[in-house]
Ligand binder design. Structure first.
Ligand code: PLP
Length: 400
């Protein structure tokens, strides 16, 4: 059975060009980049090249790039660094829709005496900028806001948010794990101090990430050890994956145009067809201000998990909520924060495309999914009650 992979916000296929670039650094060039000998030195040179490749995708200087093990490490490092370098400031501003890499850390910090402010979003997932502005107090150590949401694709006005914080002398971090490679980013044109990205969201392997730290930003390392990464992240460099990430960022730069034309058109075709053919369905999130590859669609009165299982029989891969939160039958915190009615939130599915998807694949999903929804609704007591007007469709206590 052919796999139709529409779960690229969970992880992506490693690009063949990336595999090719990586293999020599697994097989032949295994020296330690810190060694004095030429054998190790050539590996060090390749890391410098990769650092340059990542920097050019971000419009950054190579010295501003720190290689980490993943997006989660980058997010944790940024927030903890801001708190450590400003011990007098005990407040963090974030949003209600962050990925667990930020949200769970902030919950822990809250228990340790840090005041954590989660800014609300409206029903389209847009950041409440007024609430944000009012919360920018001088005791704030850092603002950490995602650039684009992993579940809905909604893009936050992060550059405006960063300028507002900078005017008040507050440092800003952005979790750009979903944004990098999908929308243009130029760190020369904004006031953001730190930015996280993750290799496996842009066709590099899992287990490699970057924390961008603007020159002059006070910094305290998370991993303390050797002098690697100019003392900002101890641990022998993961050379093959750093090379992989370098190549993947180079490819991402050349695919940016395709993401915003062909991939966007395929996404639009998919969501328009599904919304038109399936009654009681809706798109979650601001439709204009959104990543080009993502759509989050709710099919009312059924469970997203049921939809995923039946799609799986046809080889179609997608997510309900985010892969990290699946396993719990609670609707996702993102949809709850947006006030999506609980009968809709439970039946939400996220489709996330990549440059490898084809029109035939999208046509296949458009053909297979409506009968799946109809079949599940036949079995759903809520659907029958809902049709008879018996189910409350507004957010309940259960939906938070
Ligand atoms: N931030 C966002 C927005 C994500 O979507 C993810 C992964 O799903 C992460 C952070 C974590 O990245 P990693 O899996 O590399 O730790």
């Amino acid at each position: 059975m052919k796999t139709v992979y529409l779960d690229n916000n969970a992880t992506t296929r490693v690009a063949p060009e990336v595999v090719e670039a990586t293999l020599p650094y697994l097989q032949e060039f295994y020296g330690n980049p810190s060694s004095m000998h030429t054998f190790g030195g050539q590996v060090g040179a390749k890391i410098r090249e990769a650092r340059q490749q990542v920097a050019s995708l971000l419009g950054a200087d190579p010295e501003e790039i720190i290689f980490t093990s993943c997006g989660t490490e980058s997010d944790n490092t940024a927030i903890l660094s801001a708190l450590r370098t400003q011990p007098g400031k005990k407040r963090v501003i974030t949003s209600r829709v962050e990925h667990p890499a930020v949200k769970a850390l902030c919950e822990r910090l809250g228990k340790e005496g840090i005041s954590v402010i989660e800014i609300s979003v409206d029903k389209e997932g847009n950041l409440d900028l007024d609430e944000y502005r009012k919360n920018l107090t001088p005791d704030t150590a850092i603002v950490s806001l995602m650039w684009a949401n992993n579940e809905t694709g909604v893009i936050f006005p992060i550059e405006e948010a960063a300028s507002l914080a900078k005017e008040r002398g507050i440092y800003v971090h952005t979790d750009a794990v979903q944004a990098v490679g999908k929308i243009p980013i130029n760190m020369k044109e904004n006031a953001i101090d730190m930015l996280s990205l993750s290799g496996h969201k842009l066709h590099a392997p899992k287990g490699i990430g970057v924390l961008y730290v603007r020159k002059g930003t006070p910094f305290s390392p998370f991993l303390i050890g050797g002098h690697q990464e100019k003392g900002r992240r101890g641990g022998t460099e993961n050379t093959p994956y750093i090379v992989a990430l370098g190549k993947a960022t180079e490819l991402a730069a050349s695919n940016l145009q395709t993401e915003n034309t062909r991939v966007r058109n395929l996404r639009d075709k998919l969501e328009n067809a599904l919304i038109q053919s399936v009654p009681n369905s809706r798109i979650n999130g601001n439709r204009t201000n959104r990543l080009p590859n993502t759509t989050n669609i709710s099919f009312e009165f059924i469970e997203g998990e049921g939809i995923l299982l039946l799609m799986d029989e046809f080889g179609i891969c997608a997510s309900s909520g985010s892969a990290c939160t699946s396993g719990s039958l609670q609707p996702s915190h993102v949809l709850r924060a947006m006030g999506v009615p609980f009968t809709m939130a439970h039946g939400s599915v996220r489709f996330s495309l990549s440059v490898y998807n084809t029109e035939e694949e999208i046509d296949f999903v458009i053909e297979k999914l409506p009968p799946i929804i109809a079949r599940l609704r036949e079995l759903s007591p809520y659907w029958k009650e809902g049709q008879a007007g018996g189910v409350c469709t507004t957010a309940s206590g259960n939906a938070g």
